[in-house]
Design a protein around this ligand. Structure first.
Ligand SMILES: [Zn+2]
Length: 62
């Protein structure tokens, strides 16, 4: 197994609830479906992605 950069595979927006999953084949984020509904959130939202820990580009005090 080659050493590989760990990537988040799922991210959720803290503002609108949009959820995306990483599609490794297409190398892009895709909207995730949960319970048959696409978690698109708000298209006008400036998404604030909640990606576990250190992948978050910015850290603000809660
Ligand atoms: Zn959002």
């Amino acid at each position: 197994m080659e050493p590989q950069l760990r990537r988040p595979t799922r991210r959720a927006c803290e503002r609108c609830g949009r959820v995306e999953r990483w599609d490794g084949d297409a190398a892009t984020w895709r909207v995730a479906s949960e319970d048959g509904d696409k978690q698109v959130g708000n298209p006008y939202c400036i998404h604030e992605w909640d990606i576990n820990g250190r992948f978050a580009p910015f850290e603000e005090p809660a």
